[in-house]
Design a protein around this ligand. Structure first.
Ligand code: C2E
Ligand code: SIN
Ligand code: SIN
Ligand code: SIN
Ligand code: FE
Ligand code: FE
Length: 374
């Protein structure tokens, strides 16, 4: 970390070039919003020798400006018509002062929240690919001896603003699409569950349980997120099972159970043709979540590691949640009885390594059940 209270020199042209060279490729490639905002803030701060740099994003629905990553600042939200950044976003003009407290537009609330003292302030609008306002690029306090921003600073910040706003617009759009996909997936899963009198919490629990198990197993954070997104759809094939079977209060006959078993293959067929990674993973899980380690599961009777790791993980998550919950055909089981079943089924129904991890961390799993109760 730089010592921010230190007086620094302006960068030489060759230092500026080096800095731009180091950051621009990273900014162009960064797909994660938090990281991109951090890169933009860092570049702005270094380039014009500011103490802090903040990227404000315009939330049109809430009429707020918000910042997630800022130097020394947690997420802050302000009304979109307040402060200098509000002025910049509303008027779509550049702003520049060397004594912010003399400016009636300046919003002292932010300083009050952060315990910081703003003097010099520079802010520019950021636009998306269609020329709509996205937010503002803001730099605060010049750290050179002179302590004042210059017109060259404005030009430099403008240059990196126009460069990085393209990445920012794309990243925001990707986030939007991804969030929409996640929502659709949860909705689909809930539709499947609501037919069998399940609530959205069942879907959330299975997601959380699967993710915790994946993480404990050492699967990467990215793939864990994928499993978390994909696992709620494991029973989507139940939409095709008649209510007489699905909602039968008592034990199923052999014939009824055979029909019930079809939900795995039906789910797989529904999902398998998607090109989306999450849905492809859901297809695997729908197909294999009732396979057993000992080969006695269905629909294919796969054995051991023939069963995809996603299937082995969701088998544990599904049975754990089914036992801990009340079903039309059974009451909820007490936790010690559930634990006993997993001890007996280790290496039979369940992958012994995963099952041991589950047992070793049983309290954490039980907590998920408590957190997302009906
Ligand atoms: P589900 O209710 O989500 O149960 C998922 C899995 O949890 C079951 O897969 C089973 O492995 C385990 N499980 C659930 N309840 C019990 C239990 O009381 N004892 C034991 N030892 N394990 C339990 P399974 O058996 O392949 O069943 C798949 C789905 O078929 C179930 O999903 C449920 O929707 C339905 N089903 C199974 N048995 C019955 C039943 O007797 N009556 C009704 N109405 N539905 C049943
Ligand atoms: C303002 O733009 O008026 C306040 C923002 C800040 O101090 O960071
Ligand atoms: C589920 O396993 O997701 C629902 C099971 C049921 O209600 O029978
Ligand atoms: C793993 O075992 O870490 C994942 C491998 C897979 O995707 O099957
Ligand atoms: Fe199932
Ligand atoms: Fe289930």
């Amino acid at each position: 970390m730089l010592n921010n209270s230190q007086i620094r020199d302006e960068l030489t042209p060759s230092e500026k070039l080096k800095l731009l060279f180091a950051y621009t490729a990273k900014i162009a490639e960064e797909k994660r919003l938090d990281q991109l905002l951090q890169l933009m803030a860092d570049l702005g701060r270094e380039l014009i020798v500011a103490d802090r740099c903040t990227i404000w994003l315009y939330d049109k629905e809430k009429e707020e400006l918000w910042t997630k990553v800022a130097h020394g600042v947690e997420e802050i939200r302000i009304p979109a018509n307040t402060g200098i950044v509000g002025y910049v976003v509303q008027t779509e003009s550049n702003y520049f002062t060397n004594d912010a407290y003399k400016d009636p537009n300046f919003n002292r609330e932010v300083d009050k929240k952060t315990g910081y003292r703003t003097k010099a302030l520079l802010a520019l609008p950021l636009y998306d690919n269609e020329g709509c306002i996205l937010g503002a690029y803001q730099a605060v306090n010049k750290m050179t001896e002179a302590g004042e921003f210059s017109s060259e600073d404005i030009n430099n910040l403008k240059m990196i603003a126009s460069y990085s706003e393209k990445s920012l617009a794309n990243t925001l759009l990707n986030e939007e699409i991804e969030n929409t996909q996640k929502e659709i997936i949860f909705l689909m899963a809930e539709i499947g569950e609501s037919r069998s009198k399940e609530t959205g919490n069942h879907v959330k629990r299975v997601a959380e349980i699967s993710a915790l198990l994946a993480k404990l197993y050492g699967i990467s954070a990215e793939e864990t997120e994928l499993i978390k997104m994909a696992s709620p759809m494991h029973d989507i094939g139940k939409v095709a099972i008649p209510d007489a079977i699905l909602k039968k209060p008592g034990k199923l006959t052999d014939e009824e159970f055979d029909e019930m078993k079809e939900h795995t293959t039906i789910g797989y067929k529904l999902l398998k043709n998607s090109k989306r990674r999450i849905i492809k993973s859901s297809a695997i899980i729908a197909y294999e979540h009732h396979e057993k380690w000992n080969g006695k599961g269905y629909p294919r009777g796969l054995k051991g590691e023939e069963i995809h790791i996603y299937g082995r993980i969701s088998a544990i998550a599904d049975v754990f949640d089914a036992l801990a919950s009340e079903r039309v055909y059974k009451p909820a089981w007490p936790l010690d009885r559930i634990q006993q079943l997993f001890i007996e089924e280790r290496g039979e129904h369940f992958d012994p390594v995963l099952c041991q991890l589950f047992l070793d961390n049983f309290d954490q799993f039980a907590e998920i059940i408590t957190t997302y109760q009906e």
